[in-house]
Design a protein around this ligand. Structure first.
Ligand SMILES: [Zn+2]
Length: 247
């Protein structure tokens, strides 16, 4: 069966701890809570890791967070051989915040790359030290130096990053908001989460369920590691933290 966990990270990506109650433990040991700060793997962003603290102070590790039947069905996966909590038991959640914050910075950097390279996206993957986006373009004509310079202009401008909810009808009236070639945001729930960059979304807006930093300055220094040719009409851009190393 599918559960509905209150996904606290959608309203506040900066929550590092929270209290919750165990709602269920599935037959593979996955733990379902009434509410969570753990983002579940989706849309190219990996799920969170961290700990659940029991009333006696002992810790249950969370090695991965995944979704079940729906995006609201969030499953905390402990490594093998862990103690299993009881249904109804209160637990204190703590994120591996250092990792999550790197993912928030990287994920936001990916949005900035779609501003600099406004082409249809065929794939994306975020990790804490390297991310990639594949664009449906025959030849970018970009150099990694140019793209890095334009990304860093957006970072230094420290534009706000805000979430706005729109209706299915608003999305249908603005098909240009969707930048993915193959993936469409889920419709039918009445609300679509739009991630906007800049005052009045002047820089960008696109549907996204991930976690982001609150302003582009917090992304910090990034550079394009590589632009690779992946097929005739596909270019893969890699983003890394830090200054661009000398060629
Ligand atoms: Zn996003």
């Amino acid at each position: 069966m599918a559960y509905r966990t209150d996904a606290l990270f959608r309203d506040d990506a900066y929550l590092r701890t929270a209290d919750a109650v165990v709602v269920a433990v599935n037959d593979r040991g996955g733990i379902i809570l009434d509410r969570t700060i753990f983002y579940a793997t989706s849309g190219g962003q990996p799920g969170d890791t961290g700990t659940l603290e029991r009333a006696d102070g002992s810790l249950i590790a969370v090695a991965a967070t995944i979704t079940g039947e729906t995006k609201d069905d969030i499953i905390h996966v402990p490594p093998p051989e862990q103690a299993v909590p009881e249904v109804g038991e209160p637990v204190k959640l703590a994120l591996n915040w250092q990792r999550r914050h790197l993912l928030m910075r990287m994920h936001t950097a990916c949005h900035l790359l779609t501003v600099v390279c406004p082409f249809l996206i065929t794939g994306a993957s975020v990790s804490e030290d390297d991310s990639r986006i594949d664009f449906d373009i025959p030849d970018a004509g970009f150099t990694r130096e140019d793209v890095t310079a334009r990304l860093m202009e957006l970072v230094r401008a420290d534009h706000p990053v805000l979430v706005r909810l729109i209706t299915d009808e608003e999305l249908a009236a603005n098909p240009g908001l969707v930048k993915s070639k193959n993936v469409r945001p889920p419709v039918g729930t009445g609300k679509i989460r739009l991630v906007c960059i800049g005052e009045n979304a002047s820089i960008d807006s696109q549907p996204c369920g991930g976690t982001h930093v609150k302003s582009t300055g917090e992304v910090g220094e990034i550079h394009i590691g590589k632009i690779e040719k992946k097929g005739r009409e596909n270019r893969r851009f890699r983003i890394r933290f830090g200054p661009m190393p000398p060629a």
